[in-house]
Design a protein around this ligand. Structure first.
Ligand code: GDP
Length: 424
């Protein structure tokens, strides 16, 4: 049984918690895309953890955690995270790394910073983790695979070739110090012993696991609107955030994915630039941001205050459609308990016409939200574990949104802890 857990919109929907929960009975958890640019926050018996690169099944002693081929793999970060987990009582975390995963190189991070500085006020709001330069190199075929570490001649040749091109840009475009291929080679070669115990042919491993009927979880980062093909391009990320890509980034057959859990938060928040139709501002936004404090509305990796908004049915319906959703996990509904009335964006108005279809970027910039206002419930709903025990207006909120987006909400999360969950 293979399940994917992915985001409906901009990310930070609470995928970490849902993954941690579902990982409890998963044999294998796989990261299939992205890098250390986004974080999951997980609260469990070991404490509160911000995971950046490690799959969320890492806390479960029976789960094997895999860094899939589609990931932008940052070795120093991986080692740091592994040590951090060990220091916090996790004795023997089980991790495997795909032998074909590509390496985040020191120059990717430098180029990310240089490019954002060059773009100045037109910058993308990158986390400067090197993600865009990394994936650019992968598709330009100048990336470095982890297996190259075990073939020194190949490694040296590939780094030298990459540096040749990069040095032209450094000299003439960015006016920065040039790269020394030899020094980079030495630095990267030092990664070899650190990763060697974990590197395997994960495709063969997973093929065998599938035959044995193991339970496998595919763990996405960010959300559908950040997908470079279908999202709010160019304010997207650089690898696909869709469940469809999970098969590629993990290395399993597409038809093996039986369940797609799309995580959607009960209100909206986003980091970085780009159109955000149901965005709210000022005191109204600040109140929601502070109330969502538990929901980490200051960015797990970046610490930046997030942009806030009301729930967006247009964006979420589109995101769920792209993901191929079988189940929606609806999170952080507890955060809304202070509101008398809750606006929900049910349409976009562009040039006097209202639509429920998510538009292309140039039109999205012009879209104005059309709201329907629902009554609040004004009572603490944390600790409730049965759907029927939620106040009527909270249930109405869930059911209204379920109808608008057209996908079944089968999980409702009413607090950051693992047991603060309602199955419908
Ligand atoms: P991800 O980027 O989708 O993985 O988002 P995270 O897993 O980092 O979740 C963002 C924040 O939401 C974290 O601080 C979680 O602890 C918190 N969170 C998750 N579910 C809930 C919930 O139902 N209620 C509240 N209040 N916080 C939640």
């Amino acid at each position: 049984m293979v399940k994917a857990i992915v985001g409906a919109c901009w990310g930070d929907e609470g995928k970490g918690k849902i993954t941690d929960m579902l990982a409890a009975d998963a044999d294998i958890v796989i990261r299939f895309q992205g890098g250390s640019n986004a974080g999951h926050t997980i609260i469990n018996d070991y404490g509160k953890f911000a995971l950046h690169q490690m799959p969320s099944g890492i806390f479960n002693p029976n789960t094997v955690n895999i860094i899939g081929t589609g990931v932008a793999f940052n070795v120093p970060y991986f080692v740091k995270e592994l040590n951090y987990l060990k220091e916090n009582g996790l004795e023997n975390p089980k991790v495997l790394i795909s032998d074909r995963v590509q390496l985040m190189m020191p120059y990717h991070i430098a180029f990310d910073t240089y490019e954002e500085a060059r773009l100045s006020d037109k910058q993308f709001g990158s986390t400067k983790s090197g993600i865009a330069p990394f994936y650019s190199d992968k598709y330009a075929k100048t990336g470095i695979q982890i297996c190259d570490l075990f073939h020194e001649d190949v490694l040296k040749e590939r780094i030298t070739a990459a540096c040749e091109v990069k040095n032209v840009l450094l000299e003439h475009l960015y006016h920065k110090p040039l790269l020394d291929a030899e020094a980079i080679y030495e630095e990267v070669l030092s990664y070899r012993d650190l990763v060697a115990p974990f590197v395997v042919n994960t495709v063969e491993y997973l093929n065998k696991a599938l035959k044995e009927g193991k339970t496998i979880l595919l763990e996405g980062q960010l959300g559908a609107l950040k997908d470079p093909d279908h999202g709010i391009f160019p304010m997207t990320t650089s690898s696909s955030t869709l469940a469809g890509f999970a098969a590629v980034g993990a290395g399993i057959p597409p038809h093996s994915i039986e369940k797609v859990y799309t995580v959607a938060k009960a209100y909206s928040s986003a980091v970085g630039g780009g159109a955000f139709v149901s965005e709210i501002f000022g005191d109204e936004a600040q109140e929601l941001r502070v109330r969502g404090g538990d929901a980490g509305e200051f960015g797990a990796t970046t610490g930046r205050p997030r942009r806030m908004g009301w729930f967006d049915c247009v964006a979420t319906r589109y995101g769920c459609m792209l993901q191929g959703t079988t189940d929606v996990a609806f999170t952080a509904i507890d955060v809304l308990s202070y509101l008398d009335e809750i606006p929900v964006c049910v349409g976009y108005e562009m040039d006097g016409v209202v639509t429920k279809e998510f538009p292309v970027t140039p039109l999205l910039e012009k879209a104005k939200p059309v709201y329907e206002v629902l009554p609040g419930w004004k009572t603490n709903i944390r600790g409730i574990t049965k759907y029927e025990d939620l106040p009527e207006n909270a249930r109405k909120y869930v059911e209204f949104i379920e109808k608008e987006i057209g996908y079944p909400i089968t999980i409702v999360s009413n607090g950051p802890k693992r047991n603060e969950i309602i199955y419908r």
